[in-house]
Unconditional design. Structure first.
Length: 255
């Protein structure tokens, strides 16, 4: 027999090629595992260094670190327990935003066991440190009786503080108190004022302005203007406005 052509004399068999591929894959896998191990050790060392320095940092820094662990930001892995630790450290140092965050955790049962009493305490501390939303959340607690007794007067007081500081949801709630007379006599003029202040960014308030304009409560009655406000409200996502639109056939008052 003649010799095989030169170009075929060194060709590997399919079995040989499969063995080489498996061997190469194993080497890559081992290399990848080694790299991951090294990187995890580096990240762990970095986290230790960050947490060590955080003990000497400001309450704002500690709060930011807590959020970073909560969301897994800036190269840190998500770690809810570390998030809770650093946010508590910040809160215990008197940072209002950290107190507010803890209030949210306890109110929703996020990370911690749901506890309305704890939530109330942290919202109260947050408001005492000047948090606008802290006052709003405290108002909600008094309104619903979460972690405390229902107290409409204290609810209104906290809503009013937050509203005067520019918090739209609180301004809307103040408007509701006046419109429905929840503390006594109704005041359509005061309700109108607070709904107007919050209507630009809060569709619920825009809806109430539409209702008041539809019935002529505290303002001149105008079905066409009411239709415009109600339509804007439901287009911004407030479903109750769509119900009002359909029930009162407000499409009849549009151009």
């Amino acid at each position: 027999m003649g010799k095989a052509p030169r170009e075929f004399t060194h060709r590997k068999s399919k079995t040989d090629m499969k063995k080489i591929k498996i061997s190469y894959t194993k080497k890559l896998s081992l290399s990848a595992c080694f790299c991951i191990l090294i990187m995890s050790q580096v990240v762990f060392a970095q986290e230790l260094e960050i947490e060590k320095s955080a003990k000497k940092e400001s309450k704002e820094y500690q709060y930011s670190l807590g959020l970073s662990f909560y969301h897994g930001r800036y190269g840190l892995d998500v770690n809810k327990q570390k998030a809770l630790y650093w946010i508590k450290e910040s809160a215990n140092s008197g940072y209002s935003e950290a107190c507010l965050e803890l209030g949210r955790f306890y109110s929703k049962g996020d990370i911690v066991t749901q506890d309305y009493y704890q939530a109330f305490d942290w919202f109260k501390k947050s408001s005492e440190y000047g948090s606008v939303e802290g006052h709003y959340q405290l108002g909600i607690c008094y309104q619903l009786g979460e972690g405390t007794l229902i107290n409409p007067n204290k609810a209104f007081e906290n809503f009013l503080v937050a509203a005067k500081m520019g918090y739209d949801k609180a301004a809307y709630n103040v408007g509701i108190y006046y419109y429905r007379g929840l503390l006594g006599n109704k005041s359509y003029s005061s309700a109108l004022e607070w709904f107007q202040k919050s209507s630009d960014s809060f569709p619920d308030a825009k809806y109430m302005l539409g209702v008041m304009t539809f019935y002529g409560h505290g303002t001149n009655e105008s079905k066409s203007k009411a239709a415009s406000l109600i339509k804007q409200s439901y287009e911004e996502g407030y479903l109750k406005a769509k119900e009002f639109w359909d029930e009162n056939e407000l499409w009849r008052y549009t151009n």
